[in-house]
Every structure is written in C-alpha cells, then in structure tokens.
Design a protein around this ligand. Structure first.
Ligand code: FAD
Length: 288
C-alpha cells in the first residue's frame, strides 16, 4: 500500500517547525520516526497533505540529567534509550520497557516523542510515563507549556496537544536510589502490541512499602494510572492479601476492547496478572 501524496518539509529549529505547522494548518502533521504515522498513511487512517519532519530539528536528541530530573528530547529513539548508560543507572525501567517495544528495526527509528504524542493506547511509553509521573514539554507559536503525562491523554488519539504544537521533551523525576521496578507485557508474539501490560515503581523501607506507582498499557482508550491500586500497597509488606486487593483495584479501572488480542474480560485479567508479575519483580529489586 502506498500513502497518498503529500508535501515534505524539513525545518531545522523548533521555532521553524512550529511556524510551519501553524501556517499549514490541520492538513500538516509532524513526522518523527514514522513507525506509527506511515503505516496509518498507508492504510489511509491518516492522510496529511504536509509532513513536517522533525529529524533535522536541533536540540531534540539529547538526554540530560538536570537536578533531580532526566530530560529526554522528543527525537531520542527507543534504540538510544536502550543503549543509554545514564538512563540504565537513573531510570532503569525505561530500558526494560523500550526492550519490549516492537523489534530492533522499529526501535531504531521510533522516538520517545512520537510514542508519547501519538495517543495510541497500545503504545508502551505513555503508561510508563504516568507511572514515573513524567511531564511533557509542549511548544507552539504562543509559547511553551508543560502537561503531566497523567493529564495528557483524553481518549484514543485524543491528547492535550493543541494544533500546531509539538512535544519537545519529556521530564522524568529520578526515582529514589534502590527503588524497585518492573514492566511486564503480554503479547502474542515478538513485535506485537500489548494484550495488556503493567509498569510498577515502588520503594521499600524496613520491609514496608513507602511509595508505589502503577501504570497500565492497552486496557482502555488511554493509558491508565492506577492510583487507588498503588495506594493499597502503602504501609504494607506487599503480602499476598494486599497484592490481591491492589490487583482487583487495578482490574476494576480497565475497560479494554474485545479484539484479536482477546475478549475484554480476558484482557482485564491479563492486566491483573501483568501487574502481579511486575510487582513481584519490583519487590525483588527494591533495596530497603
Ligand atoms: P511517528 O510515527 O512519526 O508519529 C506518530 C504520531 O505522533 C503522528 O501523529 C505524529 O504527527 C505525532 N508526533 C510524532 N512526534 C511528535 C512530536 N514530537 N510532537 C508532536 N507530535 C508528534 N509501539 C509501542 O509502544 N509498542 C509496541 O509494541 C509497538 N509495536 C509496533 C509494531 C509495529 C509492526 C510497528 C510498525 C510499530 C510498533 N510500535 C509499537 C510503534 C512504534 O513504537 C512507533 O515508533 C511509535 O509509536 C511512534 O513513534 P515515531 O517516532 O515512529 O512517531
């Protein structure tokens, strides 16, 4: 399948990209790695008249550690995330999650910005960003603003991005030293999107869980931050009864579609199982 015709633009600055998107209006879309957008154009689910390629835009490919945050440029690829020793040290859950996205070829081109901005509930990074309490920096003609990942997703392909805005970076608070973490994803085969997946970050002090955050992938129209489920874990030893209660609370907020990955009820149960596994892994990794 061949996409419809379009004009191609290759700005070199964020300001240039934003100005182009504003000028060209709703018929223009930013292009990052192209591994969500181009397949959609091939199937005519998207038919932009203009593509504004962010590939040559300066300043979008760096990973910086500033204060207690890691700031990741929108054009940093999933491949670069996997191979960043800085991220492996500071936010190892990023690497664990990037490794289960698609396959090496796609990860070589697919970007953090594209994965987070896309609004596809099947993307793995958004629930992780909610779990990590990341913020997205968005730039448009009227300036720059920040939106929490937990407030960014309204529905499938419906996000807080205004027309003409681009996501320039993602800021992640560095989790405490010795935190436990896990990303568990059920997929039918290598390269598939999640049937269900769960991201977990916890801290344990003196055997007691002192903080917890949980994100769920592809079990609703948006990624889900399972706030109540995480709350249940606090002040406990993550004993079996507590975990069962938290899993039930997480399952209760899911609303997956029945599709080729399975009926809705099955995918909800799989979300619970992925959460249970991610919690077990996080617990074995947590120091304290
Ligand atoms: P693009 O495809 O270029 O863009 C995606 C959308 O975001 C477009 O609407 C574009 O206009 C917009 N956009 C891009 N960058 C920005 C920006 N900086 N600011 C504003 N808007 C922007 N992903 C997963 O998470 N998990 C998977 O398991 C998975 N499996 C896949 C399997 C296959 C076979 C394929 C083809 C893709 C798969 N993907 C998966 C998607 C892949 O990770 C994409 O690369 C990613 O979703 C989008 O990133 P991109 O850089 O390619 O963005």
């Amino acid at each position: 399948m061949i996409p419809g015709s379009f004009d191609y633009h290759r700005p070199t600055t964020v300001e240039g990209a934003v100005a182009l998107l504003q000028k060209l209006g709703e018929d223009a879309l930013p292009l990052a790695g192209g591994h969500s957008l181009i397949p959609m154009m091939k199937t005519r689910l998207a038919a932009p008249d203009h593509l504004v390629d962010l590939g040559a835009v300066e300043g979008l490919r760096q990973i910086d550690h500033v204060g207690n945050e890691v700031i990741i440029g929108a054009m940093v690829t999933q491949h670069a995330v996997i191979h960043s020793s800085q991220l492996a040290d500071l936010v190892p859950l990023m690497r664990e999650t990037a490794l289960v996205i698609a396959d090496p070829q796609i990860r070589y081109k697919g970007t953090i910005g594209g994965n987070c901005a896309n609004g596809d509930p099947g993307n793995d990074m958004p629930a992780l960003m909610q779990c990590l309490n990341a913020r997205y920096t968005l730039t448009g003609l009227s300036g720059t603003r920040e939106v929490a990942a937990r407030d960014f997703y309204f529905g499938a392909y419906d996000t807080a991005l205004e027309p003409g805005e681009i996501l320039v970076s993602v800021s992640i608070p560095v989790p405490p030293l010795g935190h436990g973490y896990g990303y568990e994803k059920l997929k039918r085969k290598v390269g598939d999107y999640a049937t269900a997946a769960a991201a977990v970050v916890i801290t344990i002090e003196g055997g007691t869980c002192t903080s917890a955050s949980i994100g769920l992938t592809n079990v609703s129209e948006t990624p889900l931050w399972a706030q109540e489920a995480a709350q249940i874990l606090l002040g406990t030893t993550l004993d079996e009864a507590t975990v069962a209660k938290a899993v039930a609370a997480a399952e209760a907020i899911t609303n997956p579609a029945s599709d080729m990955r399975g009926p809705s009820e099955y995918r909800t149960k799989m979300a619970g199982i992925m959460l249970r596994r991610a919690l077990e892994r996080a617990k074995t990794r947590a120091k304290g």
